[in-house]
Design a protein around this ligand. Structure first.
Ligand code: NDP
Ligand code: 2IT
Length: 454
């Protein structure tokens, strides 16, 4: 680690204690951009890294709600408005018991660079709550979402901050939040993305993150003259991103052999075909059950529980060509990364945000595999959110084909930006460096243009 990076990180950790995920996300970026800072001392003069790692605003609030038994429950709500240099704050809301300030700051920090890569004018933000939607009734989720929006509404707006979904937030939650905002403000505007198709949502938004991660993998394979046809793929998660990554892998002729949830994973020797995928979507989206039930239903599959405390995750220890981690942060440790390489995996396209620990990323880079980090590979979701905002502004909607084409072109453009930035800084094929540098430069130059408040 260079003196600059060590010094920067020591200060960041002292100022933001007990936020390991935030430290991890920032450190990777500081390491990548230290090459840029050497060539461009003006970024240091303007204290760009210091400013980018300090949120413009952090909102933390009480979310009281009443459960079905009439008991009052209290959760903590957050919105991190990280950076608005290139557009209004934009990024998802996560509802999961693990949510805390540090996790949302890491996600907001990543979001700023990701959004810069999309080519669309969006700044970065993230929010959510430690509310656990699992096991809650529809009415409880609605009352929580209403209470959450009773505070959030003051801080968001179609030109200020536009939240969307993330873990635990899909169409149902966006609907309850949108209805509450509309009631309070007496205004029908695009203050959230991922809306229902009947009330301002965009076609392809639910599919966008998963499709985008697969388009990105296809672009990476294209640099070696290959396609996804006939490739065996490991997918983790079984939520929004995993489901549509699986669908697009099938479209492009690949085979998906794994899916998971926080309890364990299934391995299907015959592959998850369209019929089985439809069954998974029904199981998960109706919140009826766990992925373990897949193995009861389909005899070609086995279920293995995942022990979160174990030294490796068996999902990543199968013969395959490609991996699409699509569950959560730090789900691939160093041993998992080594297992992937030893099993022949040479394409990793991250649907999730920061799913690989830094030592794991090192393993991928050392082995020179095609490794697309989350902020590039999963940018399709927020990109189509940006397209939803454009459609809302125009009071118009594009067809499925139009949105899918735009998404595809955006993913190609992100891939190209990464390749070019990596080459310009002497590390051809290093998408980590490429994504961090390309995203950083766009935001940094905009901040300089706008003076010290930019
Ligand atoms: P969903 O809530 O739809 O699904 C999440 C999936 O991941 C579930 O299968 C869930 O299992 C599993 N999971 C969640 N937390 C953990 C955990 N701590 N350990 C193991 N498994 C876990 O979320 P999404 O599919 O939307 O999000 C998945 C990832 O993709 C996240 O990292 C998110 O930040 C990222 N992402 C999402 C985008 C979007 O548009 N939705 C855009 C870009 C990135 P279980 O059911 O057991 O909880
Ligand atoms: O991590 C992400 O990019 C998202 N959860 C999507 C954000 C958005 O605003 O669509």
């Amino acid at each position: 680690m260079s003196d600059f990076v060590a010094d920067f990180m020591a200060k960041l950790k002292a100022k933001n204690p007990a936020e390991p995920e935030f430290h991890q996300a920032v450190q990777e970026v500081v390491e990548s951009v230290s090459l840029v800072l050497e060539k461009h001392p003006e970024y240091n003069t303007h204290k760009i890294m210091e400013r980018m790692s300090e949120p413009e605003r952090v909102i933390m609030f009480r979310v009281p709600w009443m459960d079905d038994q009439g008991n009052v429950q209290v959760n903590r709500g957050f919105r991190i408005e990280m950076n608005s240099a290139i557009g209004p704050y934009k990024g998802g809301l996560r509802l999961h018991p693990s949510v805390n300030l540090g996790i949302l700051k890491f996600l907001a920090f990543e979001q700023v660079l990701k959004n810069a890569l999309t080519t669309l004018p969006m700044g970065g933000g993230k929010g959510g709550s430690d509310f656990d939607p699992k096991g809650k009734s529809d009415n409880e989720v609605m009352r929580f979402c209403q209470s959450f929006m009773m505070e959030l509404y003051r801080h968001i707006g179609p030109n200020t901050d536009i939240p969307a979904g993330d873990i635990g937030v899909g169409g149902r939650e966006i609907g309850y939040m949108f209805g509450t905002y509309k009631k309070i403000r007496n205004e029908f505007t695009g203050i959230l993305t991922g809306k229902g198709l009947n009330w301002g949502g965009s076609l392809i938004r639910p599919e966008a993150t998963g499709y985008g991660a697969v388009y990105f993998a296809a672009e990476m394979l294209g640099t070696r003259g290959e396609t996804l046809e006939g490739k065996t793929c490991l997918v983790s998660g079984s939520g929004n991103v995993a489901q549509y990554a699986t669908e697009k892998i099938l479209d492009l002729g690949g085979k998906v052999v794994t899916l998971s949830d926080s309890g364990g994973y299934i391995y299907d020797t015959d592959g998850v075909d369209r019929e089985k995928l439809a069954w998974v979507m029904d199981l998960k989206n109706a919140r009826r059950g766990r992925i373990s039930e897949y193995a009861d239903k389909f005899s070609s599959a086995t279920y293995t529980p995942i022990d979160a405390g174990a030294d490796s995750n068996p999902l990543w220890d199968h013969k395959a060509d490609c991996a699409f981690p699509s569950a959560t942060q730090n789900e691939i440790n160093k041993k998992d990364a080594e297992n992937l390489i030893n099993n022949g995996v040479y394409v990793v396209s991250e649907g999730a945000n920061m799913p690989t620990v830094p030592d794991g990323v090192e393993v991928f880079l050392k082995n020179k595999i095609l490794y697309g980090p989350g902020k590039a590979a999963n940018a399709g979701g927020v990109a189509v959110s940006g397209l939803e905002m454009s459609q809302n502004s125009m009071r118009y909607s594009w067809s499925r084909e139009e949105v899918d084409n735009k998404l595809h072109n955006i993913m190609k453009s992100i891939h190209k930006s990464c390749i070019e930035a990596a080459e310009a800084y002497g590390a051809p094929g290093n998408y980590v460096l490429g994504a961090n540098i390309a995203g950083f430069k766009k935001v940094a130059d905009s901040m300089i243009d706008q003076g010290v408040f930019g």
